[in-house]
Design a protein around this ligand. Structure first.
Ligand code: CUA
Length: 229
């Protein structure tokens, strides 16, 4: 979860988010190098009075400053493409979670387990316990096993929503009449918070997502209790 003064990305809880952070840092480093170089050149050009009376053209330098940016862009485009295809890969998931966006709450279905289904509403501030997170905690959390490939199917019942959990590197639109799919792997236990990130109406800000990542045997206990009740 993001807290005060956290201006960067959240710590990753999945291998894909780790790769996204690496790519972000890589792109930012290239950006800094370009900014410093161009800034230095502009500074030196503004603050000197040298004039070359015979300068009309420079074939070599123009070749260099045309081709060099193209090569630099390739250094961003190649890892970007690699990541794009990695994010889209479905790695034989062991369970599937279906998530349906409503105005304004999420509902979930565990289709592999007798279709366990429940709604997940934000806890209003006046009902919040002292250790709860305002505008972020929900009444029914998603429980998922860690160290397993999980497929998530996202759709919506009314308008477009977006199922977004930053620590997992997941952001999938839920669109009425369509079923979107993605895949993630949670590599540590914990609570992971997310929010809807498609402007979906008056209470868009109040449909958070909470994932409780637990060891597989805990998950089996939880799901068998849910199936039997
Ligand atoms: Cu649902 Cu914004």
């Amino acid at each position: 979860m993001s807290t005060w003064a956290n201006l960067g990305l959240q710590d990753s809880a999945s291998p894909l988010m780790e790769q996204l952070i690496f790519f972000h840092d890589h792109a930012l480093l290239i950006l800094v190098m370009i900014t410093v170089l161009v800034g230095y050149l502009m500074f030196m050009l503004f603050f000197n009075t040298y004039v070359n009376r015979f300068l009309l053209h420079g074939q070599l330098i123009e070749m260099i400053w045309t081709i060099l940016p193209a090569i630099i862009l390739l250094f961003i485009a190649m890892p970007s493409l690699r990541l794009l295809y990695l994010l889209d890969e479905i790695n034989e998931p062991s369970i599937t979670l279906k998530s349906i966006g409503h105005q304004w709450y999420w509902s979930y279905e565990y289709s592999d387990f007798n279709n366990v289904e429940f709604d997940s509403y934000m806890i209003p501030t006046n009902e919040l316990s002292n250790d709860g997170f305002r505008l972020l905690d929900v009444d029914n959390r998603i429980v998922l096993p860690m160290n397993s490939q999980i497929r998530i199917l996202v759709t919506a019942a009314d308008v477009i929503h977006s199922w977004t959990v930053p620590a997992l590197g997941v952001k999938v639109d839920g669109t009425p009449g369509r079923l979107n799919q993605t895949n993630f792997f949670i590599n540590r236990p914990g609570l992971f918070y997310g929010q809807c990130s498609e402007i979906c109406g008056a209470n868009h800000s109040f449909m958070p997502i909470v994932i409780e990542s637990v060891p597989v045997n805990y998950f089996i206990k939880w799901i068998s209790n849910s199936v039997n009740s």
